[in-house]
Design a binder for this molecule. Structure first.
Ligand SMILES: *[C@@H]1O[C@H](CO)[C@@H](O)[C@H](O)[C@H]1NC(C)=O
Ligand SMILES: *[C@@H]1O[C@H](CO)[C@@H](O)[C@H](O)[C@H]1NC(C)=O
Ligand SMILES: *[C@@H]1O[C@H](CO)[C@@H](O)[C@H](O)[C@H]1NC(C)=O
Ligand SMILES: *[C@@H]1O[C@H](CO)[C@@H](O)[C@H](O)[C@H]1NC(C)=O
Ligand SMILES: *[C@@H]1O[C@H](CO)[C@@H](O)[C@H](O)[C@H]1NC(C)=O
Length: 322
């Protein structure tokens, strides 16, 4: 089968900006989060989807008033891609990372159930499962779009205390040049599905494109850790990736953003080829009172190109503005 026939024609317009989301920042990525001894588990949602999660530092004392932080991944991201970021938050918050429906260790009974709204509903199901009525939501790329969708859903049982949109978007025309490139790469495999080595190379190529050329040139050891961490991700397969990448549908949250009432931090890299920086600036114009940080040398995966962006999130969550 031709790759092309696997992908809806809308694929190129909808997805490739949302593809990248691995997240190393301090470069011993494999060790630290695992030392934190997360509780692993899964929940089954009303439509039969199984969501696999890890919950960090939930049981230690001192959390009576701490808002849990939920990390929402982008297309192609799996829960371990956050492992260098997570330890920066566990000192003060319970932290949840999970695989979006249909990728990683999470499943769906039918790929047609992988939709933007269903992914937003999953955040609500996870919150309800843990008995959380207040959450801090941190999304990157597609995860930021899903977080916007959650915020636009008017759920009354789960309140967002802080919203963080990293390299995000709010309408489906928000795509950068990487979109075209990924559509082309997906058609270059020698067979469908691609041999393992070609798939690994694709993931490396994709995620590196989410950084910046200068960062790659100047940080060889970070790049090596970055790729190593990506390779440890479980369940990032071609089939799952394609199903997820085709899932967002068309959307336009312009009017919704104007009504957002929670404290919101928007981070965008000026050099982002996945979602153009203009989109971050527009979201900042739409969301009342939002805080905007633009990283002049930043790419799409800001955690990696700009580790200081993680400290900015920690500070934002712990600020009193609510
Ligand atoms: C979900 O958790 C149960 C119980 O821990 C386990 O037996 C099952 O394999 C898990 N399912 C998935 C899809 O991870
Ligand atoms: C877990 O949370 C407690 C209480 O907030 C904190 O003192 C501790 O340092 C945290 N542990 C880790 C490993 O982050
Ligand atoms: C998956 O969902 C689609 C759309 O609702 C439906 O046409 C198809 O039959 C379903 N496939 C299976 C195996 O249930
Ligand atoms: C949320 O409320 C706004 C304002 O009442 C409405 O326009 C919007 O459609 C609602 N969203 C959903 C998902 O119901
Ligand atoms: C999205 O919604 C806004 C406000 O309702 C509208 O001005 C705009 O034309 C819509 N479509 C796109 C693609 O931006």
């Amino acid at each position: 089968m031709q790759i092309k026939s696997l992908l809806p024609t809308a694929f190129i317009g909808l997805t490739a900006s949302l593809l990248c989301s691995a997240a190393p920042i301090d470069y011993d990525p494999l060790a630290e989060a695992r030392r934190l001894n997360p509780v692993t588990g899964n929940i089954t949602t009303p439509d039969g989807t199984v969501l696999s999660y890890r919950l960090f530092n939930h049981t230690e004392a001192g959390y009576a008033n701490a808002t849990p932080v939920i990390f929402v991944g982008g297309t192609g991201q799996v829960q371990t891609d956050w492992d260098t970021v997570i330890p920066h938050f566990t000192m003060k918050h319970p932290v949840l990372s999970y695989d979006n429906r249909g990728i990683g260790l999470s499943t769906v009974t039918n790929t047609s159930l992988i939709t933007r709204q269903n992914m937003a509903d999953d955040i609500r199901e996870l919150s309800k499962h843990f008995g959380w009525t207040h959450i801090d939501l941190v999304g990157i790329s597609m995860g930021a779009i899903v977080s916007n969708t959650f915020a636009a859903s008017n759920f009354t049982d789960v309140t967002i205390d802080h919203l963080v949109l990293i390299a995000g978007a709010y309408k489906d025309s928000s795509t950068g040049p990487l979109v075209q490139q990924v559509g082309q790469w997906l058609q270059e495999f020698s067979t469908t599905p691609p041999p393992a080595q070609e798939w690994t190379s694709f993931i490396h190529k994709l995620m590196l494109a989410c950084l910046t050329p200068d960062f790659i040139t100047n940080n060889p050891s970070e790049i090596s850790s970055f790729l190593n961490q990506l390779d440890q991700g479980v369940g990032r397969t071609f089939e799952k990736f394609v199903a997820q990448a085709s899932s967002l549908g068309s959307y336009n949250m312009t009017e919704n953003l104007k009504r957002f009432a929670m404290p919101t931090l928007i981070q965008h890299g000026t050099l982002d080829v996945g979602i153009p920086v203009q989109v971050g600036r527009e979201m900042n114009g739409l969301i009342p009172g939002s805080k905007y940080i633009e990283y002049a040398d930043g790419g799409h995966v800001l955690f990696e190109t700009n580790p200081e962006s993680v400290a900015a999130i920690v500070e934002f969550l712990d600020s009193d503005e609510q």
